[in-house]
Design a protein around this ligand. Structure first.
Ligand code: CU
Length: 295
């Protein structure tokens, strides 16, 4: 049996309606636009995107509007006759100058932001970031602090098939030791890798930079408000690629100083083993003497 065209159309609409209804729960999580950035530079990048998008939309409306208008207004059934000219210097100048102006208008602010993004000078804090399969290592070059940042134990335990554990809010997005930085300070990152190419990505900072073995890549960010910011490796780097999240804790300067002091403070000196043994002997002999006198 052959479907008529109208039946086919209704079938298509029916399938589309069912698909849309099924997509309902997923659609609830949809959001338009990129997230607002936690950094001033990130918001400039976002502004650039908005500017380019608006220019594209305006151009699209003008071009497709003119196309639609021409198709309808000058259709053959209305007796339209095609123009016979083959060259127009005026038209060529117009369609060269307008795109050049648009491109220059886009290029100037873009170049400004790109130059600012690449300017890693005058940083308040320098951190070397090394990607490993599958964890990150942070070395605070000005403080002598260095540690690995692994995925948290709760995520690890819950990710085992059949574990039956409840998935916590930041499942696969939490770490044991986050990167800690002070608020409002320019943090310069020097990225490299120990094995394969990874990429350090924190969307709210608008920072994503490859960590390549044998090379140091640089980037920077300056977080404007305290909080926890999450990201992940953004370069497919092997079996554990999805298990090397990034957490950056942005703290007030005094809290950051306390964190540094806690990690760099010299450990309590351990009692020397000889002195310890002597103390034990003298304690025992005192106890024995006490016991003898009591008898
Ligand atoms: Cu990776």
């Amino acid at each position: 049996m052959n479907c008529s065209k109208a039946q086919g159309r209704w079938l298509f609409l029916g399938i589309a309606a069912v698909a849309l209804a099924m997509a309902g729960p997923a659609a609830a999580d949809w959001a338009l636009d990129f997230p607002a950035s936690a950094t001033e530079l990130g918001n400039k990048v976002r502004g650039l995107h908005h500017m380019a998008l608006i220019i594209c939309v305006v151009m699209g409306i003008i071009v497709f509007g003119a196309l639609g208008y021409s198709l309808v207004k000058f259709r053959k059934s209305q007796g339209a006759q095609a123009a016979k000219f083959s060259h127009s210097t005026k038209a060529e100048i117009i369609w060269t100058v307008i795109p050049v102006l648009i491109l220059v208008g886009l290029a100037i602010p873009t170049a400004r932001v790109l130059i600012e993004m690449e300017d890693t000078q005058a940083a308040d804090l320098r951190i070397k970031v090394t990607g490993y399969q599958w964890k990150w290592r942070y070395e605070y070059l000005d403080h002598g602090i260095s540690f690995f940042s692994n995925i948290d134990d709760a995520s690890n335990a819950a990710s085992i098939r059949g574990a039956g554990l409840e998935l916590h809010e930041h499942y696969l997005r939490d770490v044991d030791k986050p990167m800690v930085v002070p608020v409002g300070k320019k943090v310069k990152l020097q990225l490299t890798s120990n094995d394969v190419i990874h990429a350090w990505w924190v969307p709210e900072f608008y920072v994503k930079r490859d960590a390549v073995p044998g090379t140091i890549n640089e980037t920077w960010f300056k977080a404007e408000k305290p909080g926890s910011y999450r990201g992940q490796c953004a370069e497919l780097c092997g079996r554990g690629h999805g298990f090397m999240p990034i957490v950056v804790e942005v703290l007030a300067q005094d809290e950051f100083d306390a964190w540094v002091a806690g990690l760099t403070a010299p450990a309590e000196p351990e009692p020397e083993p000889e002195a310890e043994a002597e103390a034990a002997i003298s304690q025992a002999s005192t106890a024995a003497a006490g016991g003898a006198s009591a008898r």
